[in-house]
Design a protein around this ligand. Sequence first.
Ligand code: UDP
Length: 421
Amino acid sequence: MPQTILKKVILTKQIRRADFLKFMSARKKRDLLRQSSYLVGKRVVHINAVADGGGVAEILASLIPYLRSLSVESDWYFINPDVGKRFFEITNKIHNALQGAPVKISGREWAEYKEISRRIAEELEKIDCDILAINDSQLLLAGHLAHLTKHKIYFSHIDTSSVFKPVWKKLFPAILSYHRVVFSNRDFVNGSLPDSKVKIFTPAIDPLAPKQKIIPPKETRLYLKKQGGIPAHCPLIAQISRFDIWKTPMGIIQAFRIVQNTYPNAQLVLVGFNTAKDNPAAKIVYKDIAAVAGKSRDIFLFFNPKGKNVLEFTVMAQNGADIIVQNSIKEGFGLVVTEAMWKRQAVIGGPALGIRKQIRNGKNGFIVKSPEEMAQKIIFLLSHPVERKRMGNAARKTVFGSFLFPRLVLDHLKLYQSCLK
Ligand code: UDP
């Protein structure tokens, strides 16, 4: 058989619709089943760059089993890594340019991108489907070049609000050729795209994923003690998020020092496992924080994933902390906030737009603008357990109503249906 560029992802995970329908209100459940009934017998195929690693692969790994459980035929293909490093180097430049970086792409590089995209397009033409969904810019041109009678949707998972114009200009005709273009945030939409093509799908978490497991505090604190050396009986404050300047971990240390005036035995844990192969920016932030935290016995930093089960540790910390903070000043959405809220945490978040979409100040968490304010809210929540519980329950309700995967699946079904109409 000739070597192909696109490879099918073999998904072994199977779910039943009853597994997730229980997370929907009666009205939304009816809506979902009605929408899926319109699509029975139709075939939806998603294409992206990689089969695992990264947010898009994570979404597709959940989405495809959900669609199948609703009798919507669906498949997922990714790019065979054998296509070569060069292709990914060029598409990485394109990716950065679409997010605004002034990168130079030579004529030769454009020609190479076009040539491989043309070969991928030939393969796309052979895929049997009614809806073709292209995820991310690596496949943007291929999807455009494919001569298809089927409907094409482009999922842009990045912020294209201030693109690097020379690259955008070259790709704009390709983007325009899609029937719909989907973003995860209204602010990520480039102003030159016609409104009629644009759709916004707010991110969501999959309640069936191991990451969203609810674990009793006793078990989590024992685990954190064993695996991370964190004392089990002290108030524990945590931020679980990449080490990143926009997530301002330094401000948390300042807040923590204030909290210790009231709670001297409080502990702070910053979990930001560096799982990406190459993230020099995270290393710089981590080193700065490690220098400030010094040898403090009450601050625990987790950066190097070696020897740790990252998924398990993350879930345990999200469940086990008494207070979860997310001190971001910039955040596209902030899935970590959603994940913690689902676990009934009253999150104290920074003023980033993505966080303000989820936290209603004083109702299901707090929004703070300074370390002093953060300290004040941490002390408040630690000393008002009933209030903390009430807010945590409200947080879970917010996620239940707006940010769970079945809602995202409904967004997808409605879009497919509107394309086929
Ligand atoms: N995450 C994790 N372990 C860590 C740090 C982050 O598993 O030590 C996960 C987290 O649970 C979430 C994702 O990485 O699912 C981060 O998504 P988010 O939208 O919060 O932020 P991003 O890193 O994309 O800016």
